[in-house]
Design a protein around this ligand. Sequence first.
Ligand SMILES: CC(=O)N[C@H]1[C@@H](OP(=O)(O)OP(=O)(O)OC[C@H]2O[C@@H](n3ccc(=O)[nH]c3=O)[C@H](O)[C@@H]2O)O[C@H](CO)[C@@H](O)[C@@H]1O
Ligand SMILES: C=C(OP(=O)(O)O)C(=O)O
Length: 451
Amino acid sequence: MTESKDGVFTSDAANDDVLHVVGGKPLNGTIKVRGAKNFVSKAMVAALLAPGRSVLKNVPEIRDVHVVSDLLRLHGVDVEVDGANGIVNIDATHVQLADVADVDTLSGSSRIPILFSGPLVHRLGEAFIPALGGCNIGGRPIDFHLETLRKLGATVDKEHKDGIHITAPKGLHGAKIHLPYPSVGATEQTLLAAVLAEGKTELSGAAIEPEIMDLVAVLQKMGAVISVDVDRTFRIEGVKQLKGFTHTALTDRIEAASWASAALATHGDIFVKGATQPEMMTFLNVFRKVGGEFDVTDRGIRFWHPGGDLHPVAIETDVHPGFMTDWQQPLVVALTQANGLSIVHETVYENRFGFTKPLVQMGATIQLYRECLGSLPCRFQQRNYKHSAVIFGPTPLTGRDIDVPDLRGGFSHLIAALAAKGPSDVHGISLIDRGYADFRGKLDALGADFS
Ligand SMILES: CC(=O)N[C@H]1[C@@H](OP(=O)(O)OP(=O)(O)OC[C@H]2O[C@@H](n3ccc(=O)[nH]c3=O)[C@H](O)[C@@H]2O)O[C@H](CO)[C@@H](O)[C@@H]1O
Ligand SMILES: C=C(OP(=O)(O)O)C(=O)O
């Protein structure tokens, strides 16, 4: 691991990209989970809306924080990251330059640059959206984002040599917007663009993930006026200006659930300090049905395998408050050890089961189907995507060479290697640094055998 100039630890890809794991040992011990990757990066973008200083606390030491810090700096924002204490100071007083060099290099590892659109248009009159990165888990179109910006009065030029060029010659204005699907990113896009737009915006069909609600809390601290109706409609009353904020990020419920699944798959016992119950209720219900035990305390949640058989389950991923798409990959590894047939119907992303192939090579019995194996309305019905998985267990797993395909799939491979008999080499492991802070230190604390 190397420490960047702003104190964020990242893997040195050349030296540090393979993890040699000797599996078969239960993970036991205590680890601490900090703020959510999928909130912190958005709150950092929100800081761009206001001149002045913002302070974000409980920030995890992950690569995405480093990427967003560098993106902000390209636009003239002052960013200091205190990685050890989890504090990011942002001063967005001197925002300059909408069209910046190097942005393509940085954005290659993140989808966040698209969320700069509204804030940059408000602060500088224009924005450029480069080619976006992020996990390869489906087509990941941005049509909702662009349509939202157009509805708010932006002009979108897709032919510009420096990326999609967004301008608003007459400023952004409140509008009535409906999302065809409750997209997390498009909801955030609308919030970040509408808070300073002139007049009222109504956003129906929105996503209401806890990370989005924490972003709303940040925007409210900054001076925004936002309400949400029971039917997932946000109402935003544009204000003339915003100010900086101080905020403590909500815990990363994806990371917490990932360690919970690791406890289950390895017959372990992990106390996840910082994990909170309300955001994890749907996961906790499934964890209990599978046969895992947990104990919620004021400081975190303890997850353990109580011994005996694990039980198969049928789950469907969905937007909040459903079972998160990012929870399914680590849980699938635990389900390979359950006694019987489990079914996972993925309704959020069309291509999120690629990670199961190495699991099958390790000994799991997993069959993928194009059909919807569930009852939720699904956009992938009658389409050519293998988006349902049937997992038959228990099957012993055997260690092998694995290539990390994406963030959550990669963490699930790590769990599989830890649960498997014998050694595994997990290649491309630095991808996991995008979203799992100091996972090597945590594995060490849990007694894993790796080098
Ligand atoms: C950085 C971040 O916060 N990432 C999370 C975010 O991703 P992200 O914000 O990219 O995901 P979305 O919620 O936008 O995507 C959900 C679905 O909507 C589709 N869609 C989205 C936008 C659009 O313009 N057009 C369109 O068709 C997507 O292809 C996907 O099928 O929410 C996902 C769903 O909880 C999580 O898995 C990701 O971890
Ligand atoms: C898919 C994910 O992230 P991103 O949207 O940043 O690729 C994720 O966090 O699992």
